[in-house]
Design a protein around this ligand. Structure first.
Ligand SMILES: [Zn+2]
Length: 356
């Protein structure tokens, strides 16, 4: 099973690893990598450098006047690349993130996102609801936004950004619009389909919405809206988002999210380094986030809501934009900046869901 390596883990690596890093990085790069890092990590390097290199590094660390996050990130990236070449780290995943919020927004809105197959059941008899091909889509989007606002759920604005993620579900046959609330309620109890042996399997894997008036399954969309709608990907429920991300990683024999037992956090023991201690409770997160939308959770299970540590880096999903968009959509807004930056593992950030 692959483990995740974050910068702070350098404290625990052997001296040889530090020396391999120092051999392959310039002292200037090392200085950027160690800028604003703790003394334990710095000392580990200091103890493994030649006298000349040590003095040069200390000089450079004192010289750094204007902090440059891009240079520091580039230095960390190179450092991880060096560690990744060492045989004992061949099967390790390394902390990574988007360079900046703008970089991430560019990814969300760029014209040519990789094409993805439909998640879950698809086929000729299951049309995909496509915003850009829907007549009167502008009005329907406004209606969706109004319904989401009334429900207090379904529209996610990225922190410090004009970009919103919005569900868009219109029956391709009769034109009926389904709000986020209706989607969440449906996905909690989908219309039973005999191809699934257990109802729980269908809840996780069947991403179709059902219009009972038309007796028609269809695939709803998730819209990226800037000043105007920019792109669309497939809408997934919270459980499906986790499930398809887990499946994606499982193909590489990597266990993430709820596939990794170590990620389960008991409600009473939950805390995240990203939140002040006094507010670090699951309940507060639930109250404050779209993930709180518990209509997806059967009443009897609400008490079992667990935090699940988010050990996925968005960058690892770059070729799967729908999974990126849906993961962000279900992340508590306060934790989204960490997720974009790739600091979610170091900060013990969580996503939520009932997983039994
Ligand atoms: Zn219909």
């Amino acid at each position: 099973m692959q483990s995740v390596f974050i910068f702070e883990d350098l404290v625990y690596v052997k001296d040889e690893v530090i020396r391999a890093i120092a051999d392959q990085m310039s002292i200037g790069e090392l200085a950027w990598a160690l800028t604003r890092e703790n003394e334990h990590i710095r000392k580990h390097f200091f103890n493994n450098l030649s006298w000349d290199d040590l003095n040069l590094l200390k000089k450079k660390l004192h010289e750094v006047i204007t902090f440059d996050l891009q240079k520091k990130k580039a230095a960390h990236k190179k450092l991880f690349a060096v560690v990744g070449t060492l045989p004992e780290y061949r099967n390790v995943r390394f902390q990574q993130g988007f360079d900046s919020q703008e970089d991430f927004e560019g990814f969300l809105t760029k014209a040519s996102l990789p094409a993805e197959p439909v998640y879950g059941v698809s086929g000729a008899e299951t049309p995909v609801c496509r915003f850009f091909e829907t007549p009167d889509s502008g009005r329907l989007l406004q209606e969706t936004l109004a319904k989401n606002k009334a429900d207090g759920a379904g529209t996610l604005r990225l922190p410090n950004s004009a970009i919103q993620l919005v569900n868009f579900a219109v029956c391709p046959k009769c034109g009926r619009l389904f709000s986020f609330k209706e989607l969440a309620q449906y996905y909690a109890r989908p219309r039973p389909d005999s191809q699934y042996k257990a109802p729980a399997d269908q809840t996780r894997e069947d991403a179709r919405m059902f219009c009972s008036a038309c007796v028609l399954y269809f695939i709803p969309s998730l819209l990226v809206v800037g000043g105007k709608p920019e792109r669309e990907t497939q809408f997934l429920s919270r459980l499906q988002t986790m499930y398809f991300i887990e499946q994606h990683f499982a193909r590489r024999d990597v266990r993430v999210l709820s596939n990794n037992d170590e990620n389960f956090v008991r409600k009473d023991k939950f805390h995240t380094k990203s939140m002040p201690k006094e507010t670090a409770s699951v309940q507060l997160f639930l109250n404050n986030s779209i993930a709180a939308y518990t209509t997806e959770t059967p009443a009897a299970s609400k008490a079992l809501v667990k935090g699940i540590l988010n050990d996925v880096f968005l960058k690892e999903l770059e070729e799967k934009p729908a999974l990126v968009c849906n993961l962000v959509y279900y992340t508590p807004p306060a934790l989204i900046p960490n997720l974009i930056e790739g600091a979610n593992v170091a900060c013990s950030d969580a996503i939520f869901g009932v997983w039994q």
